[in-house]
Design a protein around this ligand. Sequence first.
Ligand code: SF4
Length: 190
Amino acid sequence: MLNGLVKWARGKSPWVCHLNCGSCNGCDIEIVAALMPRFDLERFGVLLEGSPRHADVVMATGPVTRQIRDRVVRVYEQVAEPKFVVAVGTCAVSGAPFYPGYNVLGGVDAAMPVNMYVPGCPARPDAIAYGVLKLLATLDPQAEALVKEIEATQDTTGLVYTPEDIDEMRGDTETSLGQSPARGDRSGQS
Ligand code: SF4
């Protein structure tokens, strides 16, 4: 009963914590654009929240540097379960073009498990909104219906990727570059 209530509340009004891991600020501005009236993520109850302790979703931008990695892990651990992480922008998806630089560990999943990847440099606000909606669709039937409607009427190819898509794309190429310890581990342990 309580779990059902929590799931309903999260589906209706997920609180989002924005985390800049080392981005150039381009994707951060696009997150703001996704929340503003034109794309209006707030109409789905999404609320920007300053503290990770009060958030359900972490929207992370930028590559994970050696300097920021431990802070990213700490922020992730402060978010209550069940939690989602959205990697916003190509830097956050893969660390590119900075990975494998000496000070860059990779994308956001070098420090915490990611549930949805939104590529682009910068990521498009409509893609960010679509990625969040796809996550909500796992909790809320109304969001699921909306996602189905969007996918039936628009070409959404390449707008967002699931962890399974990313694993498939990385394949052997990633292994040959050398994976950071957290990659592929979606349990939150690093
Ligand atoms: S993906 Fe591009 S716009 Fe976004 S943080 Fe990286 S460099 Fe900046």
